[in-house]
Design a protein around this ligand. Sequence first.
Ligand SMILES: *Cc1c(COP(=O)(O)O)cnc(C)c1O
Length: 866
Amino acid sequence: MSLRFLDLPARLGATLLQAPADPAASVQSLLLDSRRVGLAEGALFFALRGPRHDGHHHLAALYAKGVRQFVVSYPPASLGPFAGAGFVLVADTLAALQTLAAQHRAQFAGPVWGITGSNGKTIVKEWLAQLLSPSESICRSPRSYNSQVGVPLSVWELSAARHTLGIFEAGISERGEMARLAAIIQPTFGLFTTLGPAHDAGFASEAEKLGEKLQLFAGAGFERLVYCADQPLVAAAVQARTLPALAWTRHDAPAAALRFRLKATSVGSTVVRVRLGAAAPDLLGPLDFHEPALGAATRFTLPFADEPALENALHCLAVLLLRQLDPATALAPAELQRRLLGLRPVAMRLEMKAGRHGCYLLDDTYNNDLAGLALALDALGRQARPGGRTVILSDLLESGLAAPELYARVAALLRAHGVTRLIGVGEEITYELASTSQQAQLLAQEQFILQSYPTTEALLADLHAIDFQNETILVKGARRFGFERVVAALQQPQHGTVLEVNLDALTHNLQHYRRQLRPGTKLMVMVKAFAYGSGSYEVASLLEFQRADYLAVAYADEGQQLRDNGISLPIMVLNPGPDSFGQLRRYRLEPEVYSLERLRDYLQAAREAAQDALGPLPPLHLKLDTGMRRLGFAEDELPALLALLAAHRDQLPVAGIMTHLAAADDPAHDEFTRQQLAAFARMAAAIEETLGRPVLKHALNSAGIRRFPEAQFDMVRLGVGLYGVAAGAEGEDNLQPVSTLKTTISQIKELPAGTTVGYGRRGAATAHPRRLATLAIGYADGYDRRFSSGAGLVLLHGQRAPVVGSVCMDMVMVDVTDIPQARPGDVAVVFGDGLDINELAQRIGTIPYELLTNVSERVKRVFVSE
Ligand SMILES: *Cc1c(COP(=O)(O)O)cnc(C)c1O
């Protein structure tokens, strides 16, 4: 079925501002987020307006991406730039979106389930889809698309041709919202999960919120609502509205037709016995509901024992039983049971993960309200671990209760569930726990530990210092607290190798070198080779922020990448390829030119560039070879160079003259270095005289800055020192290590005497028993194979552990016999903080530069700063 764009004015009561070039243009998909243009063809963009966002600002960008159909609530300044695109004008773009979705829904004749309630909507929806999908073709809301914009997008996917059933969630936070969602979903069946305090803020009372939610089921074609009658408020409201319903109960609630008796097994499952309640016949209305309709099986086994899962599974069971009443949807009891046993936890809610130091983590960062907390504490309560029960809890949001009362309830819940430690995160919880009697209530328990942090960042900074051992930790926070970071920090790491880049240390080192510069000397920073392995873009943006004057990279591609990431500092390219002039010009990258041949190429390119309108070539830096014998004009080529410069002075935009020192770090070669500097000064003076003007002269690298302050000229080129590594034998006390390569212990092995280790059995047997740790790093991560057999070592618990046997591709073994506290998951420092990279480099006969730049791209870079 397709909707023509030209039908929209009539469908939406809208004004046609501009007809599309193709009168048959049709709407295939709805688009709300200008950043998420998938297929532009057939996309209809609704320019929504919110408090901080206006979709109308993105019309031109969308047009550029190929979008040609627009619904707006005010016209663009001019339709001129939108040739061929269709525009309709409506009073309210959100209302128009909803109207269109509602019209779309009305064309679907099959059953549609609407699910609402405070908790569990998404899981129940996912489970119903799991349970019913073998016999139905289901359209359901993606993830938890249950809002004023999520519901229209979900319903739009419903297709009479493809689907036999729809299941949609509806979530509201204010009065008036449910009526709009009901008009879009038009459910024929409904499920109400629970009434909890989530999203209370927009309502005057529980009753008002409940009344609002039940409006989802008030439409003309509505057939039946499934709900749990164990919540008296809900049962009373459903009855007062005489909604056709099928209620279930675990506690003999009088309104319920379905009575469930639960019995936990010893193997983590629960047996449910189903009976019909006395009230059943009247409440069931036109349905002929009697026990034989359930078939032979009135007992079912659910594959769960924990409370939140059971509650949600019982909702689903009730839906399945309702469908048993209709011969068209009834299943053989054995099949019904088979499907129930196939239910799997839905990951988006409460996840159990292996944590460090024998802990288990219950990861519930999905929402945070009182009802959700109670359910999560139930799950926590079932975990008995020797280290006790810890809860890391953020401020509770949107509960509708005043803070003192809210946190009094929290304290009571924690106490009731045997929580032994609470770590509160957030201004509100910190304040409440510090200032009121809840604290007294909690601390009255023996050995209760209470800690609080104003922000998640503060907790993260302190996390390593908290002694977690063998406990179950519930991590529960509202989304905006980003508690996934807390979970990640507490979790048993998977591939635990990271290069930690300390941006504060980088800034410190930058200032350290800055202080050594004379006033007016410019600073160029080398960010070649991925900023010496540490991540070029992040380092470059910090340098831009710290007002470095220039950056330098080795190749034009590296420069382009920095420009693509928004770096606007001048960038010099050490070794631009012969055909990179276009790239240099487009991205304003200044080449180093090191031979007459390359200078003639440049001249030729400059002449060609003068013929088009794209602007001149970027300025260049002449590289002089004063002793390195690598790249550059040697002194005997100077006359030829000067002749060329003199002849084409106006076409060759020379920005700088440079040379590179061969041994600035080594006092043994100081005489040579001075000769280099003298040659540079001589040649540069001759060039400047020929050009008739001064240009930027630069010669010093990191070691040169430290050792030859008199040779700073106009600019210096800082490299390895910025990254915290002192080049040369003299060392440098004031630098801080920037990059720390860390990995983790995957396994510990106790080896008897006489055991060999690793490939080729190169880890020789010893006469005494040993304890070995296998680390998650190998030569593919950049851990040099020359570190094999004791040449290398790592730092564990502050102690040195030597490498045993050969370094493997992804792993290496180290001896931890003398570090008895080492255990799986522990972090080992491979180089950096506490383990000097200079020493390690010397041990295998190389230089720190190589170790830094060898860290492979697969190793995650983590940037830290205060
Ligand atoms: C890499 C490089 C530098 C920086 O050297 P460090 O020893 O890392 O300070 C300076 N100039 C040129 C031309 C370079 O290639």
